[in-house]
Structures are given as structure tokens and as C-alpha cells.
Unconditional design. Sequence first.
Length: 79
Amino acid sequence: MYEHNSNQMILPHEFFLPFGGHLNPDNHWVRMASIIPWADLENAYLESLGDSNQGSKAYNAQLALGALIIKELLGLSDK
């Protein structure tokens, strides 16, 4: 099951910190997130899920892909 919400796609320049301030635009993770075409990936992700009303609740595309990118780049295991 997937509940699409256009407000769930937050880009780094839109991200707010609860204590004030902004993300550092020179940070390599922020730069990487800025060049990824999140909207296109969200559409492909939705298509790959099939019927969005069946199955367990799915994570949003930005969280799922972002976690996979971090895991691979840092050489982490699935554990």
C-alpha cells in the first residue's frame, strides 16, 4: 500500500531544521540529493509497486532510494 503525498518530497533547499539554520549546500550528501531527479524516480517507483492499495505500507521513494544510495556508497550491509 502506498499513500502518495506531494508534500512528502522535500528537497534539500526546502528542508527546515527545528533549531533554525539550513543544511550546508556544500555537504556532499546535500549536493547529491540536489541532482537526483526525485519526481521522475517517484513516478517510476509508483509504477513498480503495481496496485498501490494492496500489501504492506511502502516507504516513500526518497526514503527508500536515499537509504539504498547511502548503504551502497558507505559499503554497509543490509543488517
